[in-house]
Design a protein around this ligand. Structure first.
Ligand SMILES: Cc1ncc(COP(=O)(O)O)c(C=O)c1O
Length: 301
């Protein structure tokens, strides 16, 4: 397959012509946001919610983004890379940075984000690279004492996630749970977390120091179809060993059972029925949105 084309600042170009300045603020200081959307047979799922989150996250770091530009990049990169998106599940990454800066005027603390310079906006297409067998086998995780900076922003700077992932790899497991000194678990390195006990699905609330995951919001919407009531409250790491099941949620991975934390089983230590029901309900929602078309806006949960 040829290298996918790239959408950059309004133009579709061959990948090697998609060039960002060395003075770009995302390169200089990590000032930027991104979104990873799963594309189901050319349909970007929950595009409205992803774009809304990008615009809100950008605003939180002083960067004004036009949602229409992000929607256009998404549409045009999918259209330009039909061979990537047709037939197989795939991914679009939207990245927006605060743009180029005059290197002489830059100093940390300057109230300069988004002031003057045009944002750099890029959309890229990829085939989905997720180990689907993890949905059947479940993933294992370790708790790591790390917290994300500005957790409500899906920032280009991914140092915490990558450091947490390295920690996981060193323990020969697939995931890392970001855990406070008091033992509160908020989310995984790049996924949200929920536990199921009886007929209750519990997940930490937005505003408690996590990313408001788009998949998390869909799970909360469809949980009742899986026979579950929803509670939004803090989770402690000990609860992971008392609950029946736990799941991780993220756009590319959908809903993945979490079967082991810190070397001890979660529930039975195997993927459970609630995770399977949630995944069915999630897929129904994907199909409903594809059928009905249109862009679903975020529900804000
Ligand atoms: C820290 C973090 N939490 C949660 C998520 C899940 O978000 P979403 O469901 O919108 O993909 C991600 C996605 O990359 C993430 O980076």
């Amino acid at each position: 397959m040829p290298t996918p084309k790239v959408w950059i600042n309004g133009r579709v170009v061959p990948s090697e012509q998609a060039v960002v300045s060395v003075h770009d603020r995302a390169f200089r200081s990590g000032e930027g946001v991104f979104e990873t959307l799963r594309i189901y047979g050319s349909h970007p799922f929950r595009a409205g919610a992803h774009v809304e989150r990008a615009v809100a996250g950008a605003a939180a770091i002083g960067l004004r983004l036009d949602p229409e530009v992000l929607h256009r990049g998404l549409r045009e990169v999918v259209a330009a890379n039909g061979d990537v998106h047709a037939g197989a599940d795939s991914v679009v990454r939207l990245t927006a940075s605060a743009g180029e800066i005059d290197p002489d005027s830059y100093f940390p603390g300057a109230p300069a984000s988004g002031g003057g310079g045009q944002p750099t906006v890029v959309a890229t297409s990829h085939r989905l690279r997720v180990d689907a067998s993890l949905t059947e086998r479940g993933v294992r995780a370790v708790c790591v004492p790390l917290a994300r900076e500005l957790p409500e922003v899906k920032a280009v700077s991914y140092l915490v996630a990558l450091t947490a992932r390295r920690h996981a790899a060193a323990h020969d497991v697939e995931e890392a749970l970001l855990t406070s000194p008091e033992g509160t678990v908020l989310e995984a390195a790049s996924a949200n977390l929920a536990v199921v006990t009886g007929d209750v699905l519990a997940t930490p609330p937005v505003g408690s120091g996590l990313l408001a995951g788009v998949t998390r919001a869909v799970v909360l919407e469809v949980a009742h179809r899986a026979g579950l009531r929803v509670e939004q409250r803090a989770l402690h790491r000990d609860e992971l060993h008392r609950c029946d099941e736990a799941v991780l949620t993220a756009s590319t991975r959908e809903i993945v059972p979490l079967v082991e934390v810190d070397g001890r089983p979660v529930g039975s230590g195997r993927p459970g029925p609630a995770a399977a029901r949630l995944l069915d309900a999630y897929h129904e929602e994907v199909e409903r949105e594809r059928r009905d078309g249109g862009v679903t806006r975020s529900t804000g949960v």
